[in-house]
Ligand binder design. Sequence first.
Ligand code: COA
Ligand code: AMP
Length: 630
Amino acid sequence: MSYEDVYSSWKTHPDAFWMKAAEAIDWVEPPSKALFSENAPLYEWFSDGMVNTCWNAVDRHVEAGRGEQLAIIHDSPITHSTKGITYRELRDRVASLAGALKAKGVGKGDRVIIYMPMVPEALEAMLACSRLGAIHSVVFGGFAAHELAVRIDDATPKAIIAASCGLEPGRVVHYKPLLDAAIDQAKHKPDFCVILQREQEVAKLVEGRDFGWHAFQYGVEPADCVPVEGNHPVYILYTSGTTGAPKGVVRPTAGHLVALNWTMKNLYNVGAGDVFWAASDVGWVVGHSYICYGPLIAGCTTIVFEGKPVGTPDAGTFWRVIQNHKVKSFFTAPTALRAIKREDPNGELIKEYNLRHLQALFLAGERADPDTIKWAQRHLRVPVIDHWWQTETGWAIAGNPLGIEELPVKIGSPSVPMPGYDVKVLDEGGHPVKSGDLGAIAVKLPLPPGTLPGLWNAEERFRKSYLTQFPGYYETGDAGYIDEDGYLYIMARTDDVINVAGHRLSTGAMEEVLAGHDDVAECAVIGVADQLKGQMPLGFLCLNKGTNRPSEEIVKECVKLVRNQIGPVAAFKLACVVDRLPKTRSGKILRATMVKIADGETYKMPATIDDPAILDEIATALKGLGYPSQ
Ligand code: COA
Ligand code: AMP
């Protein structure tokens, strides 16, 4: 069947399409139908089925005779170690951890926060939760204590599972003090914490509250898989929105299983026994879908990589991993390739490795720039597939479905909508624009299985953020266009979200932190173009009247404040002091115009601007920081 056939078979009979896809999942009780639309525009999938995620990701592969196959390969150039875990070992380790959690009262529906680096135990913790029907929420290690505290208060976890430390090149990330500080700051307190002590740093445990990973499991009864309803959340993953309060994206169990399994074969073209590698982090959605769940549900071997594209030890590390572990399908962010390309422009290091098992390279997380795609095509000689998705959807909205048919690649486009997604480009009034015209990208409801049915504890915010602007559609927050062949082009965000090194960040959240500085009266943060990271945050600070300390001192303090409050991942290093911010007459800060000035793009003077002279002041301040950069 061609892509056209598959897409139109979904469009004509969506329920039949997804019920067929659901046959690949082991159900305790199969669902009676796919879509549940009683609460439209809030939709659910497979709600009356009973199923368990961990069973489908782990146990069933052992039952099927693949117990000796590697489920996980941990490759850590930072600790110079590699280790494999078979499906049988994984089942036993996960059942044991789940048993220990259960013995301490964790059960179906309880939340568990996981704060861990790229070690196999992070996946084991996720799977142990899903084995019990407990809802995990993984927090990325690059976030500071305050961000962790915000998530603790929103998810109100019964337990937190953490590691003693994470390892960044040249730096140990002390997780335990961050965890302790977060618990101190949070109003909600977990019943207990489980700490994986790593040999690089042994953390001090709080008596009565903290338990060591191994001691905690000593003598416990391994736990069985607990069947849950199809609409039961498997996890909550917080992502950046417009304000400082992150959005808790809820992932429903059954749709997640069905959709991810479908993508492994049809999009990534891999199956049981193949090696799949997503070089991301378990703290992001790519890590959830394609380091942990997707490859394991499909019976692949997944790679947990603790390293960076460059510097651990060099720009050849990705190619070494692909060669040594016979990776068939590889997924990374364009920023990682840009980092490699900068160090190895002629791909000399690629030539040192045998990449014959590699079938395709997938890119996502940010716009894939043409130079990077062409560089990868030239040096890797495999299809380079851009695909577009979001934390909210959990899997690709648009892509090039290699397992169905390799469509012609159009550089700059993540190709075509996947079955389940009826994508439209709308004008401000919500009317579809003609092909080639720019507009807001929206998806006709219902969204397909596996996508978010809502936000944790925030139904109104869910409706307001995604469903209100264009009734009958899901608003993606991205703008772009569709060409005459139906290929999508994603051009920009329509909100205050920026993308820094493939990490989704909120400028609103940074502004909230800056506004908390004693000398700052008003501020704005914008994302400026950056050759390596795609975008970088840049702050403008207006100081309180009468402040007579040196600006550089205040800028330094502000940079430190963002690092301490949000975390190093915010990469907030650029800021300047200005007298005023450019605004409309109604007081709205003209951030988009400031971005254009910083990027050296031409811009139209906004008709509603209050005082055009302020733009010159902004341009002068930007020049002082070296912008526009070329
Ligand atoms: N735990 C703790 N700190 C972390 C972290 C983690 N898991 N991940 C990143 N950080 C820190 C970094 O050490 C850095 O700290 P520093 O300011 O002290 O140097 C800071 O956060 C910013 O990190 P990053 O933006 O990633 O920049 P970098 O210079 O360390 O690395 C790249 C640049 C391009 C090599 C790197 O960003 C990269 O590999 N990106 C790919 C991202 C990716 O896969 N995203 C997932 C989406 S699919
Ligand atoms: P996240 O939720 O962190 O996955 O970030 C999602 C956002 O990243 C999207 O809304 C886009 O703005 C951007 N993004 C992800 N993939 C792509 C892509 N292939 N092309 C352009 N932008 C992308």
